[in-house]
Ligand binder design. Sequence first.
Ligand SMILES: NC(=O)C1=CN([C@@H]2O[C@H](COP(=O)(O)OP(=O)(O)OC[C@H]3O[C@@H](n4cnc5c(N)ncnc54)[C@H](O)[C@@H]3O)[C@@H](O)[C@H]2O)[C@H](O)CC1
Ligand SMILES: [K+]
Length: 500
Amino acid sequence: MKSVTAKEMYNIDRKAMEDYHLSGVLLMENAGRAITEKVLKHLSKDSIVVVLVGAGNNGGDGFVIARTLANLGFQVNLIQIAFDQQIKGDAAEHKAIYLKFGYQMTQINQTDIYQDIIQSADVIIDAMLGIGFQGELKEPYRSIVKLINSLNKTVIAVDLPSGVPAETVDGPTLAVQADITYCIEAPKPSAFIERYANFYGEWETVEIGLPKSLLEACKTDVWTLDKVKQTLPKRDKHSHKGSHGRGLVIGGHKEMPGAVRLTATAALRSGVGLLTVGSTSDVLPIVASAVTEATYMDLTDPKLDFESRIQPFDAIAIGMGMGRSDLSRQWLDAVIESDKPIIIDADGLYFLKSHLAKLAERKAPTILTPHPGEMAMLIDQTIQYVKNNPFEVAKDFAKNYQVYLVLKGAYTIVTCPNGEQTINTTGNPGLAKGGSGDCLAGIILAQIMQKGSLKSSLANACYIHGLAADLAIEDHHSTTDLLATDLINFLPDAFRKCLN
Ligand SMILES: NC(=O)C1=CN([C@@H]2O[C@H](COP(=O)(O)OP(=O)(O)OC[C@H]3O[C@@H](n4cnc5c(N)ncnc54)[C@H](O)[C@@H]3O)[C@@H](O)[C@H]2O)[C@H](O)CC1
Ligand SMILES: [K+]
């Protein structure tokens, strides 16, 4: 599945019409009928349906939905929230068809009874504004949105809840609070942005007959179980521990010994061939007592030649619980100078700011795993700015510094140096706890050393991390009690689901 911006959608639409001779009227008919089919699940024989129709093509979809439902015998009240002369093009064609069928409509400009009509509804269909919405909601939409949100009705949004832009816009948000949104062909980026996502309620996509090749050419993938199954490498019958990568985890200090322990255990549970933990002499015994399968490197040993000791490894994850001492800064410096694929997390990111310019010069991939707070620190912006513009922030950063960026959040976004992005949809609020990120770093370390592209390895790691948490909740955990250790305990179930 793809996530598609408004610009991409308009382009697809144009090409579908020009190159494939699919008319706009036909696409609108398809959209309206596809959504009606879904709407039927929410109706009973006696349901009163109110369809709110705006001035643009989202409103055009509304005329098709209203006609199709009325044709099926449902009681439908259509309210047109625009002057007649504002309804143009394909929407005007469908309005004419609707009226020709003899179905009634109320025009908001002509009557003040629209409030009573809306209040009489069992189900409200919001076909007011779609991807053409810009800026702040104007009247009369503002008042109608407030009215809808004050009522306890089933609200179904067409493509987007009205008032939610396809992508971030400045200014406050007033939007329809939908129970379910039927997204035309693909969810728009705002479905994954914290300030807008809740307005969608649940969301599903509907297919309206656009050429698949046009959608496939869009750059942002919503990573699904199908994708994981297609790309997650299976172990070869003749493979040996060397075939699955030799990983090094660097981190931990005496006040945070648990972080590397989680990273190491998660990496071992995620398919790493051989694993070494590098930490301080006071942390190593604590980790070693819990992680039997790893080997250890004392990074505080004065005789240690750090540069040569990191040479045999295939990839390094650094930063988890590492602290911010001069010594840990030196480890990071040496790791960045190395020609190894590296994952930089947590305290490693803290030190990274002074190294950013070096990253594009590195010979091997650099993967950064910031949460919005760390991202904000790296780009001198507020956390809110990062949360409101995650796609743009991540793309600019990944392209500028030629890194793979895993921007963590309810919908973690993986961005490649060429700007391609994937969105992760697994996971739950139980992950909002210390230790979750340490586990993710371990899963990533293991996955990037297997066969497969870096993009799919990172997207799969995020998927499996979230899936393990989801399976734990489905089993006997709750989002309140879930610990990072529990997540690791559900990695076997997550891998089994993805590999079978
Ligand atoms: N391939 C497809 O995706 C198809 C999509 N369809 C539907 O068409 C809409 C997009 O239609 P468009 O006419 O471009 O835009 P809208 O209907 O979203 O809105 C335009 C309308 O809204 C007014 N407006 C804009 N901003 C505001 C504001 N801040 N306050 C109030 N009013 C505003 C503007 O003036 C216009 O009048 C897409 O979402 C789908 O639902 C097709 O039906 C099938 C193909
Ligand atoms: K809408």
